[in-house]
Design a protein around this ligand. Sequence first.
Ligand code: FAD
Length: 446
Amino acid sequence: MIPKSSPFIIIGAGIHGLSTAYHLAKRLQRSGRGCGEDIIVLDKSGICAGATGIACGVIRNNYYQPAMRELMAHSVKVWESDPETYSYHPVGYMQISCEAMREDVASIHQQQQAIGYESVFVDGAANSDAYMKTFFSDWRAQGITSVLHEKSGGYANNSRAMYGLAAKVEALGVRIITGISVTAMVRDGAGAIVAVDTDQSQISCDYVVVAAGPWVPKFWDMLGLPSSISIKNPNTGVVSQNIPMWVYWSLQEGTLGVDPKLQVTEDGAMPPVIHVDTDAPLHSDEDGRLITDDMWGIYYKPDFHFGGVQGGAAPFIIDKPVGEVAVDPYGPASPEFVVGPDFADMWVSALAHCQSRFSGMTPRFKREPSGGIGAFTPDSFPVFDEVCENCFVIADSNHGYKMIGVGDLVADKICGGSSDLLKPFRLSRYEEGALHPVSNSPFPWS
Ligand SMILES: Cc1cc2nc3c(=O)[nH]c(=O)nc-3n(C[C@H](O)[C@H](O)[C@H](O)COP(=O)(O)OP(=O)(O)OC[C@H]3O[C@@H](n4cnc5c(N)ncnc54)[C@H](O)[C@@H]3O)c2cc1C
């Protein structure tokens, strides 16, 4: 039965919708102002049917932007609060970088010390190589001059964690209603949302949270928000007009079908998640052909859930997403579309460049749909904001599996709080020129 009304409607049963539902239910209950029964989560498909269900699941703090680091430190604490339910593996994370990134990464390390986030910084080519060989004797990546080893973080098994979170949500009395699509927002004369239209019926409400992942541009339109914006350059004060609000990127990920234990450390332990960025020439492991002599980056981890060594490489912008992909990033057109034909050669060659144990393994790459599409904001950082008096939009610009704590901060805001952690992600930062610093990483989300 679809209810006729609900005080709180949360759209999307991915990481952000479920986390918001959980923390909001707890806050309502604690304050005596309500309970979980006051909240419904609506999803057009099912629990973690969107980006959350295909995420690599990497959880790290390594960000050049102070506001992102502080937000991630908060989220890592949420992962650590219930590792079993969240299927969280606190194996740590390594950012292994070339000279162009060394100073950026050294400053990340310093600032991690300042916020009490445990990490080790290894400086210099010889030190980095020796450090990596203590974990993997076959380590041989070229062009590396620093290693940042975060002792916290790691990864979580994407859907298993979400079913755990959904169980916690439902135990608080929240209803998760799947197979129902929100089609419009109904507003009163003052612009407040009084109901949402769905493909089944209208549901009136007091407050709406939009947590629609890569479908967020559709809701942006429903809310009458601008499809292009002005951005002030913080250094020059020059304002650029008509910048598109949303850009689609194709995320490149896949799995090498090997025993995950192939990638244990020298002492037989599960290793940290490895992320390598280097400008050393990359040659095909199959035929020696030069793949690129530009800077490239990959990440990988052994993962029993994916059944092998899983990871990815830098994404690319999709200029004009074809028809339904633009509308429905995980629609029927997407599987062939998301991972480019050259990905396997590049990624496995890059693995072999880093560790000889992966040489000759390109034929073991799993030829199955993988990767996905992300809706990114103009600066590739999240927009977390109340866009009208009773609607909060969570648009994480594809940073967000690791951000399990954002729902806690959003729930706090809805209940009258004002966390400093969310402020740097307000929509008005673009016109104010309050932008985040830009790093030298080849990835749009570092
Ligand atoms: C291939 C890939 C790998 C990634 N790896 C990582 C990683 O390792 N670490 C990391 O931190 N992040 C990663 N990300 C990013 C991360 O997955 C996303 O940022 C995050 O999952 C977004 O969560 P969400 O809850 O906002 O959206 P989603 O998980 O996409 O959930 C949105 C939900 O909204 C529902 N919905 C959409 N439209 C409607 C509608 N009209 N009515 C009702 N329901 C609707 C959808 O069905 C969906 O279930 C990855 C992303 C991709 C694509």
